[in-house]
Design a protein around this ligand. Structure first.
Ligand SMILES: Cc1cc2nc3c(=O)[nH]c(=O)nc-3n(C[C@H](O)[C@H](O)[C@H](O)COP(=O)(O)O)c2cc1C
Length: 403
């Protein structure tokens, strides 16, 4: 497994289909946010201090009452089957082996109950997309509680899918092929909607279709293959196709407002985090609304082209939060030095996204483990070489702006 990030991505690209790689690697529009996310880290430099006895170091942090060995979590990533057939199973086993929390995606390829079984006692959070159906939101949250999730991260930045140029060029969206909708097809509320379509949509499964093309037939075959009760059942009941259609109608609520948050608060005692915060005022409001944590994120540059880089947004947000709730950040974390810089400027912990997907594609479970080991190992080393023996010592004075 290449340690170098670019080589790792190339190895993953070789192992993936064209569509799969495009979906994972893509950013919105011209990819300017993705580029900005990594460039932002280049503008801040670590200023190492000497002669401080760094022979023993403690990389642990505390988050929502749990001590983690390192300030790293696996970001929620949907449709992991695009990288490896073992998908979420492999990632969960790797996370458990390395003691790193996994944030289970709402768009996972595997029902959360199965992922939880692979995780054993290892920590897990659940990432929620706020559906147009309140009942589905409630059901997903209660399932997350039942599998021992320790927090709910509500992703706010994807109420509509971003303009993903590469996917559009090849007209590819995995969900339309029945991939990445396992949390839905395993959900009793969602399945109930397939049997009893709302008024005016009773023909959803049997509606007359335009003349089939070869491509459409191929898509239908994939949809059937991905139906959890088997292709024959999917075809006979019409549920496989209905599930995809229903998903596209229900998955997200663009009308979501601050006023909706109490609905979630009333339904769970778990810590709630808002993922996708980029403005200090939104961060302050999250604190005022009683939210337990935020994730400074631009979805890995997949939503808005030309968005502010998360690392650039972090200091202002940290100032407005003033240490009242934990701040996590993601988008552009590519090595242990990036983790160090994020902590120096106010993050409590970071989430890593694409790098572990590339590890999964290139080397399966072992590949994910290596990516985690390399990230955590480089962070530990950077901390020591910068003259810090614990995370508490990584403050703003340990870095300087370039130039
Ligand atoms: C292929 C892919 C799928 C993703 N799926 C989800 C998802 O289901 N839910 C979510 O909140 N974020 C999702 N994200 C965003 C990640 O959680 C995270 O914010 C982002 O990947 C971090 O940026 P990085 O890839 O530069 O590390 C996805 C990202 C990628 C690359």
């Amino acid at each position: 497994m290449p340690v170098d990030g670019r080589k790792l991505e190339r190895a993953a690209k070789r192992a993936m289909s064209r569509e799969a790689y495009a979906y994972v690697a893509a950013g919105a529009g011209a990819g300017r946010t993705m580029a900005a996310n990594t460039a932002a880290f280049d503008r801040v430099r670590i200023v190492p201090r000497m002669l401080r006895d760094v022979s023993t170091r403690d990389t642990s942090v505390e988050l929502f009452g749990r001590r983690l060995d390192s300030p790293v979590l696996l970001a929620p990533i949907g449709v992991l089957e695009l990288a490896d057939r073992d998908a979420d199973h492999a990632v969960a086993r790797a996370a458990a082996a390395e003691g790193v929390p996994m944030v289970i995606s709402n768009q996972a390829s595997t029902p959360m109950e199965e992922i939880a079984a692979d995780l054993g006692d290892s920590p897990r959070w659940f990432q929620l997309y706020w559906s147009t159906s309140d009942d589905l939101v409630e059901s997903l949250v209660s399932r997350a509680e039942a599998i021992g999730a320790e927090a709910i991260a509500v992703t706010l930045d994807t109420t509509m899918l971003g303009w993903r140029t590469r996917d559009l060029d090849i007209a590819y969206l995995p969900f339309l092929r029945g991939k990445g909708i396992a949390q839905y097809t395993s959900d009793p509320v969602f399945r109930g909607l397939l049997d009893n379509p709302p008024e005016g949509e009773s023909d959803i499964a049997t509606r007359e279709q335009p003349k089939p093309t070869l491509r459409a037939l191929g898509t239908l075959l994939q949809v059937l293959r991905n139906w959890p009760d088997g292709a024959l059942d999917g075809l006979r009941t019409g549920h496989a196709r209905a599930a995809v259609e229903r998903f596209t109608q229900i998955y997200s609520r663009p009308s979501l407002r601050w006023e909706d948050l109490p609905y979630l608060r009333e339904r769970t005692k778990l810590p709630i985090l808002l993922k996708g915060i980029l403005h200090p005022d939104d961060a302050r409001r999250a604190v005022d609304e009683g939210i337990d944590g935020i994730v400074v994120s631009n979805h890995g540059g997949r939503q808005v082209d030309g968005s502010v880089a998360t690392f650039d947004a972090l200091p202002g947000i940290a100032e407005s939060v003033g240490g009242r709730i934990p701040i996590l950040m993601d988008s552009g974390i590519r090595g242990g030095a990036d983790v160090f810089k994020a902590l120096a400027l106010g993050a409590t912990a970071v989430l890593v996204g694409r790098p572990y997907v590339y590890g999964l594609a290139a080397g399966g479970e072992a590949g994910v483990r290596e990516v985690i080991q390399n990230l955590v190992g480089e962070f530990d080393l950077t901390m020591g070489l910068a003259g810090c023996t614990s995370v508490a010592e990584i403050g703003p004075e340990t870095v300087a702006r370039d130039g």
